[in-house]
Design a protein around this ligand. Structure first.
Ligand code: ZN
Ligand code: ZN
Length: 318
């Protein structure tokens, strides 16, 4: 079997493109070419889905296409050389017979081994705190491709930043939508987006708390444990000796609880206030049957509280 040497080139910042072989994912990321050569051993972790596979499985579609091209042109070239040889033989062996075969070698397909190119450089650059491998992604990533370390804090920070940017641009989005769908629908749609952003803050926090907690204790929690403020606070008190009040004022804890309850009602009761909501949130601005109103300022407020709390948790408990 022939082997062709393929040259691999990094981009301007020294990165090498990779793609998750998990069919469900196919997430593309970049890793420092030197780290790939020196640090990555047999197994590679997908930064997005955490799938683990052998190091030779991570070619991007573009790289595979280039390699296919290289291999095809190599094969064509070889076939032509073989063809030339056998026709020459045929020519010689038929020289003294009645029938003469003449073969003129055709124009050769030249064999070019192009270096495999890279996509343009990406924005988010991450260095793994565990193994120092440098990698680059678009959007949020969770796992180090080299050692699989789950960087829960940076994933949380990135999620919160993108939620905040979403809320920042709601007025612009509404203006754009107004042109397309009219004032009423535009207002309804952006209100829904604001409500979704509250849901997203809560689930980003829940995911973070769950992973951090299981990294510390090796224990799993029930699905909704960190959606309940008091429960979550108690779990961290057991795990690392400090409860939420170590980093948040009582007022902030109350607000966090109220906004978590608002999210619960929006998510599970179509926004209609019930007895449980009033009881658990301590919110006396509503009576049963009313519809929850959510303001932008409340989403910003919760973002601040969660940022503060998670900074504290990361410092004390990570
Ligand atoms: Zn993946
Ligand atoms: Zn690592």
């Amino acid at each position: 079997m022939d082997s062709i040497e393929v040259m691999i080139r990094s981009d301007e910042k020294g990165y090498f493109d990779r793609e998750c072989p998990n069919e469900e994912c196919l997430y593309q990321f970049k890793i420092k070419l030197n780290d790939w050569k020196e640090k990555v051993s047999d197994e590679v972790h997908c930064p997005m889905c955490g799938f683990v596979a052998d190091a030779d499985k991570w070619w991007t579609q573009e790289q595979l296409d280039s390699m296919r091209e290289i291999a095809t042109s190599y094969a064509m070239n070889k076939i032509q050389a073989e063809l030339d040889k056998s026709f020459k033989k045929l020519e010689r062996s038929t020289r003294n017979k009645f029938i003469k075969i003449k073969y003129k070698p055709g124009k050769r397909i030249s064999f070019v081994n192009n270096p495999i190119g890279q996509m343009e450089e990406w924005e988010t650059e991450i260095v793994c705190p565990e193994c120092d491998t440098g990698y680059s992604v678009i959007g949020t990533a969770y796992f180090c491709p080299c050692c699989g370390h789950n960087n829960v804090k940076s994933a949380l920070v990135e999620s919160l930043v993108s939620i905040e940017k979403m809320v920042d641009s709601l007025d612009d989005i509404e203006a754009l939508l107004e042109e397309k769908v009219g004032k009423d629908t535009a207002r309804d749609m952006t209100r829904k987006m604001l409500e979704d952003s509250l849901e997203n803050v809560v689930s980003a926090f829940q995911k973070y708390a769950e992973l951090l907690y299981s990294q510390i204790t090796n224990k799993k929690v029930r699905v909704n444990d960190f959606q309940m403020v008091q429960k979550g606070s108690d779990l961290f008190k057991d795990a690392c000796g400090k409860e939420y009040s170590a980093w948040l004022s009582q007022y902030e804890i109350d607000r966090m609880n109220l906004l978590f309850q608002k999210r619960h009602i929006l998510e599970h009761n179509a926004g209609i206030v019930d007895d449980k909501y009033i009881q658990k949130s301590g919110d006396n601005n509503y009576s049963v049957g009313q519809h929850i109103v959510l303001n932008k300022s409340e989403v910003y407020e919760l973002l601040n509280i969660i940022n503060k709390l998670c900074d504290g948790l990361a410092q004390e408990c990570d």
